[in-house]
Design a protein around this ligand. Structure first.
Ligand SMILES: [Zn+2]
Length: 298
C-alpha cells in the first residue's frame, strides 16, 4: 500500500507542476504584475533584469529556452523590445506565444500612450520611441490596467481558474489603490517641479505626479551630448534653478555628474524597474523607492 501511494505521489507531482501556467515576460515589472494575478497558479520569469536597459537587451540562448516552454509571453510593445524580441520569438519555435496567438499579450493595449510622434521618425538619430513612449509601467495607475489585462488573458488560457485570477486581481487592486493615494499625497510637496533626465523613462511617472521634464541630458538616446549641447544645458539648469538631474541606473552617470559639478544641481540615480536595486522586489516597492528618493531632493 505504501509502495502504491509512493508511486501515485511521484506520478502526481509532475502533473501538478505541469498544471501551472508558464509565463514569460520581457521586463520584471510585467513579471511582478503577472505574479500578483497568477499567484501559485503560474510560474513567471522575466527575460530582462531590472537593472538592464530594456531597449537594448542582448539576446541569449537561455531566453529562447524559456520562451520555448512558455504558455504566455507578455511584452511591453510600442517597439520597446523591437531590437531583440522578434529574433527570440522566431528561435523559440513556440507557435503558442507568437503575436496574434492566444499565448501572446502586448501589455500596451488599453494604455493612454504619451508622446506619440507626429513628425518623421529617424532610427539612425536614436529615435527609439517611434510608436510613442513605451515606459508606461512607471505609473501605478497603468499598472492597474496592465494587471487587469493579464487577469483576462490568464482566464482566456486557463478558464477553469478564472475566478481565482479575478480574486487575485481584486486583492492586488485593494492593496495598490490606497498606496497610490499615499504616493500622490506625498508628491503634492513637489508638484510642478522641473527636472532634467537622461532618457524619457519617467514620462508616465512625471505625468502621474505632476513633474515636468525641462530637458534631456542625451538629446537622442544612445548618442552622447555634444559640448555645445552640454553648454546649453548648463545655461538652462542655472537659469531655471533645476534642482536635480535624474539618470537611469543602467546609464553612464558621467554626463549628469559633470553637469552637477558645473551647476550645483543634485544627481539622482534611479531604477526604472522592479529588481533595479537590491530590495525592490515588488511593484509597490519600486514606487515607494522612487517617491521617497524624489522627496529627498525636491
Ligand atoms: Zn525609452
Amino acid at each position: 500500500m505504501k509502495k502504491l501511494s509512493l508511486i501515485i505521489f511521484f506520478i502526481t507531482i509532475p502533473l501538478l507542476a505541469e498544471a501551472k501556467l508558464n509565463v514569460v515576460t520581457t521586463i520584471p515589472d510585467l513579471a511582478a504584475l503577472a505574479k500578483e494575478v497568477g499567484q501559485d497558479l503560474v510560474t513567471v520569469e522575466s527575460l530582462a533584469r531590472g537593472d538592464q536597459d530594456p531597449h537594448f537587451l542582448e539576446p541569449k540562448p537561455s531566453y529562447t529556452v524559456k520562451m520555448n516552454r512558455a504558455d504566455l509571453l507578455i511584452e511591453v510593445g510600442l517597439q520597446l523590445e523591437v531590437g531583440w524580441l522578434p529574433v527570440l520569438l522566431t528561435q523559440s519555435r513556440n507557435p503558442k506565444i507568437q503575436p496574434g496567438s492566444t499565448g501572446y499579450l502586448d501589455a500596451s493595449q488599453g494604455i493612454a500612450i504619451l508622446e506619440i510622434p507626429t513628425g518623421k521618425i529617424d532610427r539612425s538619430q536614436g529615435d527609439v520611441h517611434p510608436d510613442g513612449n513605451p515606459h508606461y509601467w512607471l505609473s501605478p495607475r497603468n499598472g492597474l490596467v496592465i494587471a487587469r489585462r493579464i487577469a483576462h488573458k490568464l482566464s482566456e488560457i486557463d478558464p477553469s481558474h478564472a475566478s481565482e485570477f479575478e480574486q487575485n486581481l481584486k486583492s492586488f487592486e485593494n492593496r495598490l489603490m490606497p498606496k497610490i493615494g499615499e504616493w500622490e499625497k506625498t508628491a503634492l510637496a513637489f508638484r510642478g517641479k522641473r527636472v532634467v533626465t537622461q532618457h524619457k523613462s519617467f514620462t508616465y511617472f512625471f505625468d502621474w505626479l505632476g513633474l515636468q521634464t525641462a530637458a534631456l541630458i542625451e538629446p537622442k538616446p544612445g548618442i552622447p551630448p555634444s559640448p555645445a549641447y552640454i553648454l546649453s544645458l548648463i545655461g538652462l539648469i542655472s537659469r531655471e534653478k533645476i534642482p536635480c538631474l535624474i539618470t537611469e541606473n543602467y546609464y553612464d552617470p558621467r554626463p549628469s555628474r559633470e553637469l552637477s559639478e558645473r551647476t550645483g544641481a543634485k544627481v539622482l540615480i534611479l531604477p526604472t524597474s522592479v529588481g533595479g536595486e537590491v530590495g525592490i522586489d515588488s511593484y509597490e516597492k519600486l514606487f515607494d523607492h522612487l517617491v521617497q528618493k524624489l522627496k529627498g531632493v525636491l
